[in-house]
Design a protein around this ligand. Structure first.
Ligand code: IPM
Ligand code: MG
Length: 352
């Protein structure tokens, strides 16, 4: 079992260090870790945010454990050299089109949410975000209009097969949950969304046991804070999924708690090849201070164990240890507490 480990930038290395301590505590036999550079750190050392060696390491592995990328000192670089290209490049080069972002309120965390406790306690949803298409990967540029004004432009599009494959992932996910799927689009304005909706409806014929409904993204954003308990599984495009998943994270208390899996079609000996990362970014403002909450990264490891290594029992152990630490009052700064990165890692390891 080979895991490529890419700590990345900012708080990435700190949260990944604690995650590796958790992995170590599981004492899994036959595990090989390959460390690889990605993001601003890779640009500074190799002149590219996603060097060939990193892509090779990724391809040779069963799974990738990813920290975060993003570095404000790289903001002036041309887009193809910015740290974010590392994660976007991996998602696209490796065909990781299905992004699973679960959001569930942990016991005892009702007060951490910015929503009222009785509303927050009902949150148990899964966002299935398409990851290889949309305005993220369309042609883009800046140009001069005839009258001399500058114009920025980005092409949004989805081909039907791209919608179909993510819809299948989402319907299957809904079957494994409460059998309800909400497709989020902006079909009242966008052609891209109109086709999205049509294709999702076509695919629904294969899943008579799943109840499908549709929401416009503005309404979905509103419903997510009004009554998040109404959602089971949500499927949406790359851009809307990016936004709604950050919003969902705050509903459960902190972006420091949300994990993600990015999966494609390639299988491994034990499951599906995938990339696992906390949904938070590199948080340069607190990087290097030992303040970051490593729980989202640790929960991403649990998803890795489950989806890529077929180790469901170990995944549940890690999730239970995180839940127990939170139930015992372990809180990072993101949750109004004072426990540092290392202390939180210790707390999880102790409960394993
Ligand atoms: C995420 C992040 C990325 C995205 C950035 C870092 C490119 O916000 O994984 O949600 O927009 O997809
Ligand atoms: Mg995001």
């Amino acid at each position: 079992m080979r895991i490529a480990v890419m700590p990345g930038d900012g708080i990435g290395p700190e949260v990944i260090a604690e995650t590796l301590r958790v992995l170590d505590a599981l004492s899994l036999p036959g595990l090989v870790l390959i460390e690889a550079e990605a993001g601003g750190v890779a640009y500074k050392r190799h002149g590219h945010p996603l060097p060939d060696e990193t892509l090779e390491a990724a391809r040779s592995a069963d799974a990738i454990l990813f920290g975060a990328v993003g570095d404000p000192t790289c903001d002036g670089l041309e887009r193809s050299l910015r740290p974010e290209q590392a994660i976007l490049g991996l998602r696209s080069a490796l065909g990781l089109f299905a992004n699973l972002r679960p959001a569930k309120l942990f016991n005892g965390m009702e007060d951490a949410s910015t929503l009222r406790p009785e509303i927050a306690q009902a949150i148990d949803l899964l966002i299935v975000r398409e990851l290889n298409g949309d305005v993220y990967f369309g042609e883009k540029g800046t140009r001069r209009l005839a009258d001399g004004r500058r114009q920025g432009w980005d092409l949004m599009s989805y081909a039907e097969d791209e919608v179909r494959r993510i819809a299948h992932v989402a319907f299957r996910a809904a079957q494994g949950r409460n059998g309800r799927l909400t497709s989020v689009d902006k079909a009242n304005v966008l052609e891209t969304s109109q086709l999205w909706r049509e294709v999702v409806i076509e695919v629904s014929a294969d899943y008579p046991d799943v109840t499908l409904d549709h929401l416009y993204v503005d309404n979905a954003a509103m419903q997510l804070v009004r009554n998040p308990g109404q959602f089971d599984t949500i499927v949406t495009g790359n851009l809307f999924g990016d936004i709604l998943s950050d919003q969902a994270s705050m509903c459960v208390g902190s972006i420091g708690l949300l994990a993600s899996a990015s999966l494609g079609e390639r299988t491994t000996d034990h499951g599906t090849f995938g990339l696992y990362e906390p949904i938070h970014g590199s948080a340069p403002d607190i990087a290097g201070q030992g303040k970051a909450n490593p729980l989202a990264a640790i929960l991403s490891l649990a998803m890795l164990l489950r989806h890529s290594l077929g180790l469901e029992r170990e995944a549940l152990r890690v999730e239970a240890a995180v839940a127990a630490a939170l139930a015992d009052g372990v809180r990072g700064g993101d949750l109004g507490g004072s426990d540092g990165t290392r202390a939180i890692g210790d707390a999880v390891v102790a409960r394993l």
